[in-house]
Design a protein around this ligand. Structure first.
Ligand code: SF4
Length: 398
């Protein structure tokens, strides 16, 4: 009998080389750690077996980093353990992130046969100069080929990631990239505005004048143009940065935006489970031995922590969710969705009307045209999608 559901995220922190804009928890040159790291992932899955028993797992997401740098034998170990330790439903969505420069047909066919049914390709751009600026290892031709190969390998659910708002990127270049992506007819598109993350080589280039900073007005225009172009091409805009063909929304990410429980496995992965948020240690070199220690665990109850977190040495931080925090996060995440947050769902979850908790904020933001209520949901207005963060801040506790 099912006892609710939980989504799983599995973090693979390995990359062939580090892209110039990337501050994710990912590392180049750590190939020798792959095998022990996967062993630790398997041990971590076993640790969660009891706390998640009777819970359906309807979505799993292998992300990174670059999961496609894993040899197939390691992917097979992970997929086998996922089924061994969790109740993966028959129709579970199993996503896998791949870098176009790292996959061929045999690899993708093997992924399909291992049960991966959704592929996310980090294309980012179809222009050689932009790919060079981003430090990507693949070419535009390899991106086209990877998409084609994915289709021939049997993937009928493929996402393409694209980045816009790059230094020196023109509107015409962005339009070319998006038109080319749409021509491939992917099932899903994620479009991200570049953020310059402190400490990355790209941010350094901009700080030292080697590259101009991104043009924020142009970036906003790129977003708006993309929205119109994708609507005309039949894609539904279902989240601030995500578009999908009908019935092709990413179920894993939807669970996250609906603030449903998820477990993050692997170095640096975050979880929201059992009324707590917690995060694993970030450094893969520390994660591996600490999971081993957790597996040997003495089960000591740690003060203030529930039994399912007792003795887990690979967890670096925990935070108990207060009702105020849970409500605020539910609103902020739900407002990312184009349909918005169902008011009925808020009432069901918290036993209170949203308006009785956030009346002042809602009134004020409605008055300035940033929020609206429609079809039983509270949502951002179309013009507020570029100003999401300003709206979200109004709901977060100090
Ligand atoms: S492939 Fe992705 S995770 Fe790896 S360095 Fe590039 S942007 Fe970062």
């Amino acid at each position: 009998m099912s006892n609710g559901s939980v989504s799983l995220y599995v973090h693979i922190p390995f990359c062939r080389s580090k892209c110039s804009y990337c501050d994710f928890n990912s590392y180049a040159g750590l190939e020798s750690l792959i095998e022990p790291y996967v062993g630790a992932l398997l041990a971590e899955m076993a640790l969660w077996r009891e706390a998640t028993q009777h819970m359906d797992v309807a979505t799993a997401f292998l992300g990174g980093g670059t999961p496609s740098v894993l040899p197939l034998t390691e992917v097979e170990r992970i997929m086998t353990a996922l089924r061994q330790h969790f109740l993966l439903t028959d129709d579970a969505e199993v996503s896998f992130e791949a870098n176009p420069g790292t996959v061929d047909r045999a690899y993708l066919q093997a992924l399909r046969s291992l049960g991966v049914n959704r592929l996310s390709l980090g294309v980012q751009s179809f222009h050689a100069d932009e790919l060079a600026t981003l430090g990507r290892i693949h070419t535009a031709a390899e991106a086209r080929e990877a998409f084609d190969t994915a289709r021939r390998a049997g993937f009928d659910n493929v996402n393409l990631d694209l980045i816009y708002g790059l230094p020196r990127q023109t509107m015409a270049a962005w339009q070319d990239t998006l038109r080319e992506a749409v021509a491939l007819r992917p099932d899903h598109l994620s479009l991200y505005a570049l953020t310059l993350e402190e400490g990355t080589p790209l941010a350094d280039d901009v700080a030292h004048g080697r590259l101009p900073p991104p043009d924020t007005d142009l970036t906003a225009d790129m977003y708006l143009w993309a929205g119109d172009a994708l609507a005309a091409a039949g894609y539904q805009h279902y989240e601030i940065s995500n578009w999908a063909l009908p019935n092709r929304q990413c179920r894993h990410n939807l669970a996250y935006w609906l603030n449903e429980p998820y477990l993050g496995l692997g170095a640096g992965a975050h979880s929201c489970f059992g009324g707590f948020r917690f995060a694993n240690v970030k450094d893969p070199h520390r994660y591996v031995p600490l999971v081993e220690e957790s597996a040997l665990g003495d089960g000591r109850p740690a003060e203030g922590l529930p039994p399912f977190l007792a003795g887990l040495r690979h967890i670096a931080s925990t935070e108990q969710m207060t009702a105020a925090r849970a409500m605020a996060e539910t609103v902020v995440l739900g407002l990312r969705l184009t349909d918005g947050l169902p008011l009925k769902e808020f009432r069901r979850r918290f036993g209170q009307e949203l308006i009785s908790v956030y009346g002042a904020q809602v009134q004020e933001l409605e008055a300035v045209g940033l929020l609206e209520q429609a079809d039983g949901c509270l949502r951002l207005t179309a013009s507020a999608r570029l100003l999401g963060n300003e709206v979200f801040q109004r709901f977060l506790p100090d």
